[in-house]
Design a protein around this ligand. Structure first.
Ligand code: C5P
Length: 226
C-alpha cells in the first residue's frame, strides 16, 4: 500500500476538506486541496486585472505562476499555507471576490490542463489524499480509493455559513448572509457541473445526516474491504 492515492470529490460544502484533512492526518498521508490551487490562480488573475473569460491569458498565467501548498505550523485555523509567487495567500483566496470568480476561471481547458498536470505530479509518489471536483474521474483515474461526498444544497449552505461565522465572527463586515452563501453555492454547482461527475467506480456517500466521524468510519471501512 506504499503508493496509495485516495481521491475525494464532491460539490462545495459536502465536507471534502474536513474529511480529507482528517483522513490524511490519521494515515500519515499528504493532504492536497486542489480547490486551493484554482483559488490561488484566481486570486492572482484578479490582482493582475485579467479578464476571467480569457482562457488563453489565464492558461499562460497558470504556467508562469508559482503556486505552492506547504505545511508550516501556523496556528490560526489553517490546514495548510498557500503561496503565489512567494506571497502567503492562504486567507486571501477565501475572499468573496475569489469565491465568486473561481468557477469561471476553472472552466477554461487551458487552465485545467496546467493545474491537472501539477496535481498529478504532486500525487506521483503516492500516500496522498487529494480533494477536489474531478480527482477520481480525471486527475487520478487509477486512484486506489475514490470517494464522492454529497449533501443537499441546504445542508451544504448551512455548513459553509457556520464555517464563515466561526472564522469571521458575527459582526464582521465581510460576513455574507445565509441566503448569499446559498446563492453562491448554487451558482458554483451550476458552473462546476461539467467538471463534477463522480467517477463510475467512486463510492458515493450522502453526508446530510452523518457526522464527520461517521463519514470517516465509512471511508475506513471501504478502504479495509478493498
Ligand atoms: O473546493 P473549493 O470550493 O475551494 O473549490 C473552488 C472552486 O475551484 C470550485 O468551485 C471549482 O470551480 C474549482 N475546482 C475545480 N476542480 C477541482 C477543484 C476545484 O474546478 N479539482
Amino acid at each position: 500500500e506504499q503508493a496509495e492515492r485516495i481521491a475525494i470529490d464532491g460539490p462545495a460544502g459536502a465536507g471534502k476538506s474536513t474529511v480529507g484533512e482528517r483522513l490524511a492526518r490519521c494515515l500519515g498521508y499528504l493532504y492536497i486541496d486542489t480547490g486551493a490551487m484554482y483559488r490561488a490562480l484566481t486570486w492572482l488573475a484578479l490582482q493582475r486585472g485579467l479578464d476571467p473569460h480569457d482562457g488563453e491569458a489565464l492558461g499562460r498565467l497558470a504556467r508562469e505562476a508559482s503556486i505552492v501548498i506547504g505545511y508550516p505550523h501556523i496556528d490560526d485555523g489553517r490546514q495548510y499555507t498557500v503561496t503565489v509567487n512567494g506571497e502567503d495567500v492562504t486567507w486571501a483566496i477565501r475572499s468573496p471576490e475569489v469565491t465568486r470568480t473561481v468557477s469561471l476561471v476553472s472552466s477554461h481547458p487551458e487552465v485545467r490542463r496546467v493545474l491537472i498536470e501539477a496535481q498529478r505530479a504532486l500525487a506521483r509518489a503516492g500516500r496522498v489524499v487529494m480533494v477536489g471536483r474531478d480527482i477520481g474521474a480525471v486527475v487520478l483515474p487509477d486512484a486506489e480509493l475514490k470517494i464522492y461526498l454529497t449533501a443537499s444544497l441546504e445542508e451544504r449552505g448551512r455548513r459553509r455559513y457556520a464555517e464563515l461565522l466561526e472564522r469571521l465572527g458575527h459582526d464582521h463586515p465581510a460576513l455574507p448572509s445565509f441566503e448569499e452563501v446559498l446563492a453562491d453555492i448554487r451558482r458554483r454547482d451550476e458552473i462546476d457541473r461539467d467538471n463534477m461527475q463522480p467517477a463510475p467506480d467512486a463510492i458515493v456517500i450522502e453526508t446530510d445526516h452523518l457526522s464527520v466521524a461517521q463519514v470517516l468510519e465509512r471511508i475506513c471501512h471501504m478502504r479495509g474491504k478493498r
